[in-house]
Design a protein around this ligand. Structure first.
Ligand SMILES: NC(=O)c1ccc[n+]([C@@H]2O[C@H](COP(=O)([O-])OP(=O)(O)OC[C@H]3O[C@@H](n4cnc5c(N)ncnc54)[C@H](O)[C@@H]3O)[C@@H](O)[C@H]2O)c1
Length: 352
């Protein structure tokens, strides 16, 4: 039995990943380690709570003692690091927590994994590791910066992050790379485009717009709304991580994207159309500082080397997603009871 330590497993992608992996590999054990920030919600995992091979541990990836204890208690074989502060707007307001969690937290996880997995505990610089171990860093295409009207991000594209969020993720990628090069720890990095699907905290574009539609509120769209993102269904991201976790060549980076470029305003109009609301609800607001114009991923490497390709057709995926939020009002009420409302009302006021 393999034991996977999934950090940030109570968040959007982490919770989808845990369910995906336990369904596909029922003989694996999953330890979900999450501090439960405003974005982490234990309700996301309600349907697997009773599984014998799933355990939730509340904890901080920056807490060396606690992470060490988790490795020892559960004899961890693989780490999939989703834990992060993940919202660009919040990183513009308060960058520090992004550096603490995303960079230093990742370094703590690497340190503990390195010590726990090395085959000779007495050799400080031992570069031999236990069979089958791996540290997978879940990163983002935002580390590459912004594209013009043409071109795609490849794994070899230089890192040019523009927001404190993307800079913290790029820094974490560099630390992961350095721990592989210096200490030999087996790692992979995945850099994925924008995800959509169930259980996304409603501060991100798609769930935020759906909620405002439900409430009949204005839909705030940054700038001209023509920022392009490459949208990928979260379950396709999960299958990509699965492919890299099991077959990714040690030390390699893999880009993951949906071949599905859409302008933000196009997505907003789709949601309005599906929910039967008028486009008059769109309210163009002052653009986000340093807003990247276009992201687009070249999937060739993961597709050719690991045989991974996205399965979701966007039209189906987005309709299914909108329907999921419309049908899960209890979940929405639960997450909305946090600080989200205050945060967004403030942002919206400032933009007028
Ligand atoms: N959402 C996307 O579109 C997207 C795209 C590419 C990559 N990513 C990356 O995927 C990962 C997951 O993204 P998400 O959208 O699910 O984020 P999320 O904000 O929904 O979830 C993050 C989770 O991390 C937990 N967390 C935060 N700080 C922690 C700490 N110090 N210790 C332990 N847990 C902590 C939170 O409680 C939360 O459950 C992130 O690393 C993000 O950078 C996200």
């Amino acid at each position: 039995m393999k034991t996977l330590l999934v950090t940030g497993g109570a968040g959007f992608i982490g919770s989808n990943f845990i369910k995906y992996i336990l369904n596909k590999y029922p003989d694996y054990k999953v330890v979900n380690y999450d501090i439960l920030t405003y974005a982490g919600n234990i309700m996301n995992l309600q349907d697997i709570e009773s599984f014998d091979n799933y355990v939730f541990v509340k904890g901080d990836i920056r807490n060396r003692e606690a992470v060490n204890q988790v490795f020892k208690s559960f004899d961890v074989d693989m780490v999939i690091n989703f834990a992060a502060e993940s919202h660009v707007d919040r990183s513009i307001e308060d960058p520090e927590i992004f550096l603490k969690t995303n960079v230093l937290g990742t370094q703590v996880l690497l340190d503990i994994a390195k010590e726990y997995w090395k085959s000779n505990k007495n050799d400080k610089y031992c570069k031999e590791f236990k069979e089958g171990v791996k540290f997978l860093q879940v990163s983002t295409d935002e580390v590459y910066g912004s594209l013009g009207e043409t071109g795609f991000f490849k794994e070899t594209t230089p890192l040019m992050p523009n927001s404190p969020y993307s800079a913290s993720k790029a820094s974490a990628d560099m630390i992961v790379r350095a721990y592989h090069e210096t200490f030999g720890i087996p790692v992979n990095i995945t850099r994925c485009s924008n995800n959509y699907g169930p259980y996304q905290f409603p501060e991100k574009l798609i769930p935020l717009m759906i909620i405002n539609c439900i409430d009949g509120k204005d839909l705030p769209v940054y700038g001209d709304g023509m920022q392009i993102r490459d949208w990928l269904h979260v379950s396709d991201h999960c299958s990509a991580i699965d492919a890299v976790l099991h077959d990714g060549k040690i030390g390699e980076v893999y880009n993951v994207g949906g071949n599905n470029e859409k302008a933000n305003v196009e997505i907003v109009k789709k949601i309005l159309n599906y929910t039967g609301k008028s486009e008059d609800l769109i309210k163009y607001v002052k653009d986000r500082l340093g807003h990247d114009r276009r992201y687009a991923i070249d999937n060739t490497k993961i597709s050719r080397e690991l045989g991974w390709n996205p399965l979701y057709v966007f039209e189906d995926g987005i309709e299914e997603t909108i329907q999921w939020y419309l049908s899960n009002s209890e979940w929405l009420l639960n997450v909305l009871s946090g600080d989200y409302v205050k945060y967004y009302e403030k942002m919206y006021d400032e933009s007028m």
